[in-house]
Design a protein around this ligand. Structure first.
Ligand SMILES: [Zn+2]
Length: 271
């Protein structure tokens, strides 16, 4: 089994969206400056004897025209041609129709933008995340960073969905790859994935259930962007316990410091 880290460009946003209160005023610093933080946009590709598995799908390549205007103001996205998801896959000689499973951590704009391309795949998504996204879209309710262009595109693509139900806490996808259903927290329903690699050891991909190291250490800190703060803390505690019990290296969702240390798909893979 090979595990590839796909570098899909980056966004910039106020760090308080990632770690709430990180630039709060203090007596010794009454007028702190906001931090304009760079965050990686990433996805993972697994080459497994049973087929290719893709974890997350990055942003819509047409984002300049398809996204609501507030995203460009709050968290602009920067990407080169070679960093677009389908080009990253092509660099590894993988076509969209070769992907057997897509695991989508949640349906936010920086994770679900490429879903429409994977018509042959079975798409694993948290049931609550899926139903709430589609329901709110149909009712015309505010979707924030679940964007209409992604939802319309994946409906039109007639994807094969496999929604993960609340009672399915751990689900073996294929030998060595296990989905974890974290429930609500960062969004309505979050999935993670454990990958057991022979030489590298176990990896735990949690996406935005933990944005970055600052959200866990030295203590759990909630992000500014959050749906369910209680669920978020419950998940963070679960993850801390899980990585210890299962001897996993944790891959954060948007930690640029960690991301810079990882081997990217253009340079190699983990196995
Ligand atoms: Zn994200």
């Amino acid at each position: 089994m090979k595990f590839y880290v796909l570098d899909l460009g980056y966004e910039k946003l106020d760090k308080s969206a990632l770690v709430a209160g990180c630039t709060n005023a203090k007596t010794y610093n009454p007028e702190p400056k906001a931090i304009w933080q760079k965050i990686p946009i990433q996805a993972y590709l697994i080459e497994h004897p049973e087929g290719y598995i893709l974890f997350d799908t990055g942003c819509d390549p047409e984002f300049k025209t398809s996204w609501p205007a507030f995203i460009e103001e709050d968290s602009p996205y920067y990407v080169t041609e070679e960093q677009l998801l389908l080009n990253r896959l092509a660099q590894l000689n993988v076509k969209p129709e070769d992907i057997k499973y897509v695991v989508i951590s949640h349906l936010h704009v920086d994770h679900a933008g490429g879903l429409k391309n994977f018509k042959n795949a079975t798409v694993y998504v948290n049931n609550e995340e899926f139903t709430t996204t589609v329901c709110n879209y149909v009712k015309g309710e505010d979707l924030n960073v679940h964007v209409p262009c992604d939802i319309e595109a994946f409906i039109q693509a007639k994807l094969k969905w496999r929604t993960v139900m609340p009672e399915e806490k751990e689900l073996e996808l294929v030998p060595g790859v296990t989905l974890l259903n974290f429930g609500s927290g960062h969004s309505w329903g979050m999935l993670g994935m454990k990958v057991e690699l022979e030489n590298t050891g176990n990896l735990l991909c949690v996406a935005d259930s933990v944005y970055m190291k600052d959200n866990l250490y030295p203590s759990i800190k909630i992000p500014g962007i959050i749906y369910d703060s209680v669920g978020y803390v419950r998940t963070a505690k679960f993850i801390l316990d899980y990585i210890e019990k299962n001897n996993c290296k944790l891959l954060y969702g948007h930690d640029i410091e960690q991301f810079d240390t990882l081997t990217k798909s253009q340079d190699g893979f983990y196995d």
